[in-house]
Unconditional design. Structure first.
Length: 238
C-alpha cells in the first residue's frame, strides 16, 4: 500500500530560509492560515474527514480505504523525513494504519482527525527511532529515487553540468546527514514545520506540547542545522 507513495516525498527540503538574514528567529507559524483559500480548503478537508470517520465507525470498509488513500502521501512524507529510509517508512506506515484501524471506533472528535492521525504517526516513528537508535547509514537508492522527483532538483537539472551534479549530490547527502543528527523530537518539529508547512499550534496539538515548546525546539534545531550546513550558506556581500 505505502510503496506507491515513496516518490511523493521530497528529499531536498527547502531549508534555505535557515540562512535568511531578514526572517525573524521565530516565525509566527500563522502565515499560511491567514490566506482565506487555504482556510477554506482545510475546512472542506476537515468536513470530509469527519464524514469518513462516521462511515468508518458505522462499519463501512470503503470509508477507511478512502482515508488511507487521502492521507497516506502526507503521512508517508512525515515518517520518511524522520527516518530517511524507505524500508523503515513502509513498515511504519503499515503499523500506523493498523493502529488507526483498531482505534478509530473510539475517536470522539475532541481534535481534528488529521491532528490525531499525525499524532499517531509521530509517536509511532519517535518510539521506533528511540528503540532502534539513530541509523548510521542511509540508502543511496533512497536519495537517488527521491531527489529525481524533487521539483527544485528538476529545475536545477535544466542547467546540469558535471560540477553542478556533484554539488547537488553532496548537498543532498549533507541535508540527510544533518536531519539524522537531530534528536527524534527535534527532527519531528522540523519535519512538520519546515517540510510539511504546519503551523506551531497544529504541531503542538499533534505532539501534545505547548506552542512555546514547539518554538523552542525549532529554534534549537534550526541553529543546529545552520551550523551543520554552514558550507551551503550564501556568501556575505562584500
Amino acid at each position: 500500500m505505502a510503496a506507491s507513495f515513496a516518490n511523493s516525498t521530497s528529499l531536498l527540503p527547502d531549508l534555505k530560509h535557515l540562512f535568511s538574514t531578514t526572517a525573524p528567529a521565530f516565525s509566527t507559524g500563522m502565515e499560511a492560515s491567514a490566506v482565506d483559500p487555504v482556510l477554506a480548503e482545510r475546512e472542506a478537508s476537515r468536513k470530509e474527514d469527519d464524514a469518513l470517520v462516521v462511515r468508518c465507525q458505522a462499519g463501512e470498509a470503503a470509508a477507511f480505504d478512502a482515508i488511507v488513500v487521502k492521507h497516506s502521501p502526507r503521512i508517508y512524507g512525515q515518517i520518511y523525513n524522520m527516518t530517511s529510509n524507505h524500508d523503515d517508512t513502509n513498515d511504519l506506515i503499515q503499523d500506523v494504519w493498523m493502529k488507526v484501524y483498531r482505534s478509530i471506533s473510539g475517536f470522539r472528535g475532541k481534535c481534528q482527525f488529521s491532528t490525531w492521525l499525525h499524532s499517531v504517526a509521530a509517536n509511532t516513528t519517535i518510539n521506533f527511532i528511540h528503540k532502534r537508535g539513530r541509523r548510521k547509514t542511509m540508502s543511496l537508492d533512497d536519495v537517488d529515487n527521491g531527489i529525481a522527483n524533487d521539483k527544485e532538483f528538476t529545475e536545477l537539472m535544466a542547467q546540469s553540468t558535471p560540477a553542478r551534479d556533484s554539488d547537488l549530490g553532496e548537498m543532498q547527502r549533507k541535508i540527510n546527514e544533518a536531519m539524522m543528527k537531530l534528536t527524534p523530537d527535534h527532527r519531528a518539529v522540523v519535519t512538520m514545520f519546515d517540510i510539511q508547512g504546519m503551523a506551531h499550534a497544529e504541531i503542538a496539538a499533534i505532539l501534545k506540547m505547548s506552542e512555546g515548546t514547539v518554538r523552542s525546539r525549532l529554534f534549537y534545531a534550526h541553529k543546529q542545522l545552520q551550523a551543520w550546513l554552514s558550507e551551503f550558506a550564501p556568501n556575505p556581500k562584500t
